[in-house]
Design a protein around this ligand. Structure first.
Ligand code: ADP
Ligand code: MG
Length: 246
């Protein structure tokens, strides 16, 4: 079986509105799979159901051959499902490096003790500094998170997810609110990551999507209306009508 992730007939309603409406999706192992679609199409709702924050009404999600439809978030994380952290999970008073070290600690599934106990620290700080370097945040790694600019915070969040060494990385608009320079850095980072793990990327910046994606799925009104290689998607009349030509 080549699909790492297989979503079947996923349905989720909010007050009668179907944010997922019988959604089918297959993500192949190792690919960077972008999901595009207009505002309100149900992209974030899909990511929420994949990560476990949102419970589907019906349908199923299989990851690596395991049915995870009703599995709690932390168990999915242990299987290797990770989404970028929300801003609230960053400890403002700790440095960028310490925040990533805590993410490494979380991944290990057991406590090494309080951060600061020197004997344990290297086990956390070594992989943490690797993740910090991978996202290009080395210069700011000893700054308290509170002092990081918006773009650097997005990089920090990415480093925290990477430190979990996920099998699948779920990214919901990682470039939102970043400057052009920061967006370029994130595109560069995704290019480096591409091929090393499976990535599901939701992104509004179509130029970045067409540059990065191995495959693209188009989500409209809670349904995937097209899935294919970037060239197929670019020229699909349904896609142009539903999204690109809007
Ligand atoms: P996208 O990320 O593609 O912009 P969303 O998944 O955020 O779309 O939203 C899809 C639809 O579901 C929208 O109509 C949105 O208003 C609705 N929705 C999403 N989350 C909630 C919620 N927690 N409560 C009520 N409605 C929601
Ligand atoms: Mg969204």
């Amino acid at each position: 079986m080549n699909s790492l992730l297989e979503v079947k007939r996923l349905t989720k309603r909010f007050r009668g509105i179907a944010a997922s409406d019988g959604l089918d999706l297959k993500v192949t192992r190792g690919e960077l799979h972008a999901i595009i679609g207009p505002n309100g199409a149900g992209k974030s709702t899909l990511i929420g159901q994949l990560s476990g924050e949102i419970t589907p009404d019906s349908g199923s999600i299989a990851f690596d051959g395991v049915d995870i439809t009703h599995m709690p978030i932390h168990k999915r994380a242990l299987l290797g499902v990770a989404r970028s952290y929300q801003i609230t999970s960053v400890f403002e008073e700790l440095t960028a490096l310490q925040n990533v070290a805590l993410a490494v600690q979380a991944r290990s599934g057991h406590s090494f003790g309080v951060l600061g106990e020197v004997a344990q620290e290297w086990k956390l700080l070594e992989p943490a500094s690797q993740a910090i370097e991978a996202v290009g945040l080395s210069e700011s790694m000893n700054h308290p998170a509170a002092l990081l600019a918006h773009g650097a915070r997005r990089q920090l969040e990415l480093a925290m997810v990477l430190a979990m060494r996920p099998k699948i990385l779920l990214l919901d608009e990682p470039m939102a609110g970043t400057s052009p320079t920061e967006s370029k850095q994130i595109v560069g980072l995704l290019k480096k990551l591409r091929g090393t793990m499976t990535i599901v990327l939701i992104e509004h910046d179509l130029q970045a999507v067409f540059e990065l994606a191995d495959r693209i799925s188009v989500l409209v009104y809670g349904k995937v209306i097209a899935s294919g290689h970037p060239d197929e998607i670019r020229s699909d009349p349904r896609v142009i009508e539903a999204y690109i030509g809007e």
